[in-house]
Design a protein around this ligand. Structure first.
Ligand code: URP
Ligand code: ZN
Ligand code: ZN
Ligand code: ZN
Length: 482
């Protein structure tokens, strides 16, 4: 059984052209004019693009005394409805727990996934066992290690632990990721604000100013450079963070930045809404920023100094958010977005001229496939690639509403936004996974995607670091008797 997608316009990260796409089993086998297949899908008037990859999700995440509300079942249903065909979640070992042990829990949770998936491994503590297990994690096809510089007393790691872990990443051809906020300063500001009676959700924003993020990004970049390893900065939310990344890249450092669709389109005024629940629903870290920061992030995507748009999908119900009534530090941090990332980015990015269609594909799929070392298996419309394809109707519209969403929670932070440009069909490894409002992929249809170590940037950087490493000068004329 072959499937041919006919009469569409193929849009990839580097070109736009009229072509048919032939799928055989789970792979794309041909792209070109006048192709025939057993089943014909008519894509007249539509764009045929690589499925979205969201490298930043938290399904059923144990966090702040609860678990995020979307599991791999509802979360990946939301992903498919929004044109995302692969997700990467964070495996979080508990205090003192082994990495391989924690992975078993995540494999089990992800058994419900409808999209293909991978994991980043979080380094939540440091010790010989973690050091020893890191290469074992890599041998299981996980080449990224996440470090939280915030959440003091919980997930946070210190500079010495980060340096040790980044150095280990360099040795084993893996890449560190950072959640960059100065956790010590955040903890201090939280206490100060609470002591002053500033206990509402706006306190969350006040406790995490852009400078706190910018400092941490600079520090992580310095540590990565000294360890000789590339770096990926998750949820880059502000100019201070972007500036640090931009400057590092101009110096030739291998640093990547990931703005979220939330930070690109929603602003800090949400936290000053007089309705507590409205504001609490939007509590996430880093917090939403003002327009100056949003403009910086959009410019970074256009300029190439920022590479990826993600969601950090980490949904909490109203009841869960209410854990923080009277104390903003107890509001579970996180927002949803998986179903909305592509339509909102298309509407606010492509339709406004901030992004080309090709840049849209790059930042939602192709760039992260390259960074995660799974290109062109994922993120490409090429013979041999996995048939993860979306058929995109640029004229389709809807008003975003929690009433029709796949996510398990009762609200949506993009509620009421009218989007133009929607997926009409999504294929996942050659199978129809979504069609016109209907998720067709079953729970459990997703597969784990192995990501090999030693991505091209790792190899290039370690070659350069080796070439430029300190070398002892062999000298003659050393004075005797000294
Ligand atoms: O507020 C957020 N971002 N929650 C999820 C955990 C994280 O920091 O990414
Ligand atoms: Zn984070
Ligand atoms: Zn609002
Ligand atoms: Zn996150």
């Amino acid at each position: 059984m072959t499937i041919v997608i006919k009469n569409g316009t193929v849009v990839t990260a580097d070109r736009t052209w009229k072509a048919d796409v032939l799928i055989d089993g789970d792979k794309i086998v041909d792209v070109g004019p006048d192709l025939d297949g057993d089943e014909v899908i008519d894509a007249s008037g539509a764009y045929v693009m690589p499925g979205g990859i969201d490298p930043h999700t938290h399904m059923e995440m144990p966090f702040m005394g609860t678990f995020s509300a979307d599991d791999f079942d509802s979360g990946t249903a939301a992903a498919l409805a929004g044109g995302t065909t692969m997700t990467v979640d964070f495996c979080l070992p508990g205090p003192g727990q082994g990495l391989i042990d924690a992975l078993q829990t995540w494999y089990q949770k992800a058994g419900k996934a409808r999209t293909d998936y991978s994991f980043h491994m979080a380094i939540t503590w440091w010790g010989e066992q973690v050091f020893d297990e890191m290469p074992k994690v890599v041998s299981q096809g996980i080449n990224t290690f996440k470090h939280f510089m915030a959440y003091k007393g919980a997930l946070m790691v210190n500079d010495d632990e980060m340096f040790a872990s980044f150095s280990r990443c360099a040795e084993i051809g893996a890449m560190p990721l950072v959640h960059a906020e100065n956790g010590d300063v955040v903890a201090f500001l939280q206490q100060k604000l609470m002591a002053e009676g500033n206990n509402g959700p706006e306190g969350h924003a006040y406790s995490r100013p852009p400078e706190v993020e910018g400092e941490a990004v600079n520090r992580a970049i310095m540590i990565a450079d000294q360890a000789g390893v590339p770096l990926y900065v998750v949820h880059t939310s502000c100019e201070q963070a972007h500036e640090a990344i931009r400057r590092a890249r101009q110096k030739g450092m291998r640093v990547f930045g990931e703005p979220l669709i939330q930070h690109l389109t929603l602003d800090e005024s949400e936290y000053f809404n007089p309705d507590w629940q409205h504001a609490a629903r939007r509590v996430m870290s880093p917090p939403f920023r003002n327009k100056m920061h949003q403009d910086s992030l959009w410019a970074g995507l256009a300029a190439g100094s920022l590479q990826v748009v993600a969601t950090d999908h980490c949904a909490f119900s109203d009841e869960q958010k209410r854990m923080g009534v009277g104390d903003f530090t107890k509001i579970p941090n996180g927002t949803g977005g998986l179903e909305d990332r592509l339509p909102v980015l298309w509407t606010r990015g492509v339709r406004t001229g901030r992004l080309t269609m090709n840049e849209f594909v790059a930042v939602t799929s192709t760039n992260i496939a390259k960074i995660l070392n799974i290109y062109p298996k994922k993120g490409a419309i090429l013979p041999g690639a996995d048939a993860d394809i979306i058929i995109w109707d640029p004229a389709a519209t809807k008003t975003i509403s929690a009433k029709t969403q796949k996510s398990a929670i009762e609200y949506n932070v993009f509620e009421g936004i009218e989007v133009t440009g929607l997926p009409v069909m999504s294929f996942s490894r050659g199978r129809l996974a979504y069609k016109e409002g209907d998720v067709r992929a079953d729970t459990g249809d997703g597969r784990f995607v192995e990501r090999p170590a030693n991505a091209p940037v790792n190899t290039a950087l370690s070659t350069w670091k080796e070439l430029t490493a300190p070398r002892k000068v062999e000298r003659s004329g050393i004075p005797a008797g000294v």
